[in-house]
Design a binder for this molecule. Structure first.
Ligand SMILES: [Zn+2]
Length: 140
């Protein structure tokens, strides 16, 4: 376990430990103070769990919204357009087999996960095995 994983427990236990003298000073018997402190530990831990799930949901939703916004801005083109286009605009190749996206502006040879699209560098044309399963698009 890392310190990040232990942090919620440390926070909950520290809250319980701090609660005991406060509850005792308020006139609670030590048995009730300890029972209340245990309840506080459980409550703090549950609150942290609910809050962290909510934060993760919000972050995941924002990431999905950004992905959708980027997809809306895409302009799809034919493969011939990409071969003729030397405008310097950013062109991407999307492999519909493995789902990888490759920028046409690469300096080192690269390929998608399944090898359907191979790019040998900025000046050379892509080698595409199955042209029916490739999407070409630009952004903007
Ligand atoms: Zn692929």
């Amino acid at each position: 376990m890392t310190i990040i994983e232990l942090f919620p427990w440390l926070l909950a236990i520290a809250s319980g430990i701090l609660a005991v003298p406060i509850l005792r000073s308020m006139g609670l018997a030590s048995t009730w103070a300890v029972c209340s402190a245990i309840a506080i530990v459980v409550e703090v831990r549950l609150m942290f769990l609910v809050a962290s799930r909510h934060i993760l949901e919000v972050l995941g939703k924002r990431r999905m919204d950004r992905g959708r916004a980027a997809a809306i801005k895409r302009k799809y083109h034919s493969l011939d357009w990409a071969k003729q286009s030397r405008s310097g605009g950013v062109v991407f190749y999307g492999c519909m087999v493995c789902g990888n996206f490759l920028s046409a502006n690469v300096r080192k040879p690269t390929h998608c996960a399944c090898g359907n699209i191979k790019l040998c560098g900025a000046t050379s044309m892509p080698e595409i095995r199955d042209q029916e399963r490739v999407r070409v698009f630009s952004e903007g």
